[in-house]
Ligand binder design. Structure first.
Ligand code: FES
Length: 162
């Protein structure tokens, strides 16, 4: 499948870039818009952004790899974010992640988000989900699971497989 940015989005981004004295200042805005549209930032999206802004692909790629909000791979249908910050760490979030990773056959040593080969689940460790008083906390798509247990995680997996 070839990479193609819809004309309306391209026009919007061209307009946006025209407001900056230096076009490269629009790089982050371009990346956010492309990620919102495509779900992730492929090499083609990086190349396209570089070409539009008169940059080398490496100038764009370094932004994609530096900022944690950018994704280089598509996410699974069920996105599971396990909080790893102090309250949740003390309440056992590492065990929850290990359980999920083990059940899904993912790599426990790998950092960053991991997606199952069938595209059903993405699991990642994230920083504080702003519900420290109910640790450990796991976010499943838009839902927050407070005082999350291994059994709760199993229910998430069972529901995601349906
Ligand atoms: S430490 Fe986990 S929600 Fe704040």
């Amino acid at each position: 499948m070839s990479f193609s940015v819809p004309q309306a989005l391209e026009n919007e981004l061209d307009e946006l870039a025209s407001h900056y004295p230096q076009k490269r200042s629009a790089s982050l805005m371009f990346l956010h818009a492309l990620q919102e549209h495509f779900g992730h930032l492929s090499q083609e999206a990086v190349d396209w952004t570089a070409q539009k802004l008169g940059l080398q692909p490496i100038n764009v790629y370094e932004l994609v790899t530096f900022y944690p909000m950018f994704r280089q791979e598509p996410l699974g249908k069920t996105q599971i974010k396990v909080c790893r910050t102090l309250s949740c760490a003390l309440a056992g979030s590492a065990e929850l992640r290990a359980h999920l990773i083990g059940k899904l056959g993912l790599d426990s040593h790998r950092h960053g988000p991991q997606t199952t080969v069938d595209g059903q689940f993405t699991v990642e460790f994230v920083e504080c989900l702003a519900s420290c008083g109910t640790a450990p906390v796991v976010m499943v798509n838009e839902d927050l699971l407070e005082k999350c247990s291994v059994a709760d995680c199993d229910r998430v997996l069972a529901k995601g497989r349906k």
